[in-house]
Design a protein around this ligand. Structure first.
Ligand code: NAD
Ligand code: UGA
Length: 339
């Protein structure tokens, strides 16, 4: 299969390319405005194109027409941006993504759209989120964190409507907290906002700065190893049952609170380095940490029966997920800048 990946230079894209090179079954061309995370990732079936999907229209359309499937990964994906720059989030996560959808419609190319677990919004029932049956419930307009989920949700609904009309073949992937090498970026001691939780905690462990527990740290997340996530991609894209369907990609067996995660990462860090961390734990409100308009999910439990029916099963546990991700940032050249 010929795959064109837009947003290939990010966390999910760089790991997906590594997986596809290892697999060696598909011809892959990836486009992005940055390629730092692709350093050292090379293979005979992968080519990188430097470009902006919305501005370098001729190239993006050419790649779309060449491909059997387009993989759309472009988005802002950190909650701090949703409250600090909501209009930028809508511009990229909805309008620029709509351009990719339009390229696919014009060329008749299948679209693999990365959405988010956040489309489910706030949990109102004590049950797992089901790809096709759960309600999608968000907070009020003033809680502008939900602008990310709203952008992704409208995009999903438009893609779905095209599928019903019969002019688009698609698959929608809803990631549940993927973690692994190259995840986000490190931050200096004491930083607020910025990247996602793993990056904050590993930065604190490396720099000796405080670990912030937002709103008490009782919130739960289910983390997914990026390799399980890449294997899920293959199961969806290569299986006829993956067409015109929506899939949760998550690991129901890795549920943990953020307080528990801080402890787990501290223990792994000590085992890996032989140094006993003594980071101060600071409890902080969501609005103080991220800004006005922040709201949180208490739990984000995926139901993955639909994906299991395609033969996929997540196999990496919490310890493996965080050990490998921490190990990546232990290389001095990767963390020297924050010390
Ligand atoms: P990322 O920020 O690491 O990667 C996004 C990439 O898109 C970046 O490399 C960026 O340079 C590129 N990009 C942005 N605008 C572009 C443009 N106009 N033209 C070309 N490239 C452009 O994010 P990620 O964590 O890899 O996430 C990828 C997708 O998955 C996003 O849609 C995100 O919302 C979704 N998602 C990710 C997670 C997760 O666990 N990482 C969870 C939920 C949803
Ligand atoms: C994020 C993004 O919105 C989406 O990209 C995506 O849908 C989702 O991750 C995902 O990866 O599936 P969220 O789960 O809130 O949403 O991700 P984090 O920013 O990593 O936050 C997780 C939890 O940790 C939140 O409760 C947050 O308040 C808390 N947190 C974060 C801390 O306690 N301390 C920190 O230093 C940072």
């Amino acid at each position: 299969m010929k795959l064109a990946i837009f947003g290939v230079g990010g966390f999910i894209g760089s790991n997906l390319v590594e997986h596809l090179i290892e697999q060696g079954e598909h011809e892959v061309v990836g486009m992005d405005v940055t390629k730092d995370k692709l350093a050292g990732i090379e293979g005979p079936n992968f080519r990188f194109v430097d470009g902006n999907v919305g501005e370098d229209v001729a190239t993006a359309k050419e790649l779309t027409a060449w491909a059997d499937a387009v993989v759309d990964l472009i988005a802002y994906a950190n909650p701090s941006i949703y409250v600090q720059s909501p209009l930028d989030v809508v511009q990229l996560n909805f309008f620029e993504n709509m351009k990719i959808l339009e390229y696919c419609l014009e060329a008749g190319t299948r679209l693999i759209q990365y959405s988010t677990s956040e489309v489910y919004g706030k949990r109102t029932r004590d049950e797992e989120y089901h790809d096709d049956h759960s309600d999608l419930v968000m907070g009020p307009v003033q809680k502008q964190r939900w602008i990310y989920a709203s952008s992704k949700q409208l995009l999903e609904r438009i893609i779905y409507a095209h599928g019903i009309r019969g002019d688009l073949e698609y698959s929608i992937i809803r990631p549940f907290n993927f973690v692994g090498p190259r995840f986000d970026y490190l931050v200096p001691a004491g930083s607020r906002g910025g990247p996602r939780v793993f990056s904050h905690f590993v930065s604190a462990l490396l720099s000796g700065g405080p670990i912030h527990l937002v709103d008490g740290g009782g919130q739960h997340r289910c983390f997914t190893h990026i390799k399980d996530a890449s294997e899920a991609f293959s199961a969806i894209v290569e299986n006829p049952g993956g067409r015109n369907e929506i899939f949760n990609v998550g690991n129901p067996n890795t549920n943990i609170t953020m307080r528990g995660l801080a402890e787990l990462m501290t223990n792994i860090y000590e085992e890996l380095t032989g140094k006993k961390p003594d980071n101060e734990i600071i409890e902080i409100s969501g609005e103080d940490f991220y800004g006005k308009g922040y709201e949180d999910m208490d739990r984000v439990p995926p139901n993955v029966d639909k994906l299991r029916a395609l033969g996929w099963e997540p196999t990496r546990d919490l310890d493996t997920i965080f050990r490998e991700a921490i190990e990546y940032y232990l290389a001095p050249e990767r963390h020297a800048a924050i010390l």
